[in-house]
Design a protein around this ligand. Structure first.
Ligand code: AMP
Length: 188
């Protein structure tokens, strides 16, 4: 599980890690955007929340994530990127994985300060084409929502010794090295 506020580098690092470890990358944000692009019912429902920088309701998000997981036959493992984002999602994920005889290996959390996040997201807007990156008030709302609803999820994994914080500032390579050091300690 790759955790951290919007703009922390979860997507970038997921791309590197999935190749290195042979994992399946599941980004709930990417899946919602794919659904919006293809004008599905789920996309239409999600868009109303995403445009405001709010979270998509848990019920929609959890059922979407579960239906993505079961599409993969005997995967080596998953990188969950942007999920879980609420305590209810974390609890649902635990129940779902337990029912499949597996569990979360670890939560790696990218730590980046707030002003750096805002700078990165506004910069990213020119290449991401994402409306929720382009408007500073929406960017700030996404970070506020993260602090209010998502940050507490870390406590859930801290309590069972599966949480590792990693400094998310530096070159992509430096950050990858830090993440791999933590992940290797769990998987070896
Ligand atoms: P991201 O691509 O991770 O920055 O997510 C973009 C937007 O998608 C978020 O601001 C939310 O509106 C929505 N989203 C992504 N993942 C979740 C999730 N796990 N729970 C609720 N909403 C989500």
């Amino acid at each position: 599980m790759l955790f951290g506020p919007p703009g922390a580098g979860k997507g970038t690092q997921s791309e590197v890690l999935l190749q290195r470890y042979g994992l399946v990358h599941l980004s709930t944000g990417d899946i919602f955007r794919y659904n919006i692009k293809n004008a599905t019912e789920l996309g239409l429902q999600a868009k109303a929340f995403m445009d405001k920088g709010e979270l998509v309701p848990d019920s929609l998000t959890i059922s979407m994530l579960e239906s993505e997981v079961v599409k993969h036959q005997e995967p080596k493992g998953f990188i969950f990127d942007g999920f879980p984002r609420t305590s209810a999602q974390a609890e649902a994920l635990d129940r779902f994985l337990n029912s499949r005889g597996t569990t979360i290996t670890c939560m790696l959390a990218l730590e980046v300060d707030e002003e750096e996040l805002i700078k990165r997201l506004l910069n990213r807007a020119s290449t991401s084409g994402r409306a929720d990156d382009a408007d500073e008030s929406i960017v700030r709302n996404r970070i506020a929502v993260y602090n209010r609803e998502t940050a507490p999820v870390a406590g859930y994994y801290q309590a069972c010794g599966k949480y590792r914080g990693v400094q998310g500032v530096g070159t992509v390579n430096e950050i990858t090295t830090r993440l791999c050091a933590e992940l290797d300690a769990f998987v070896q």
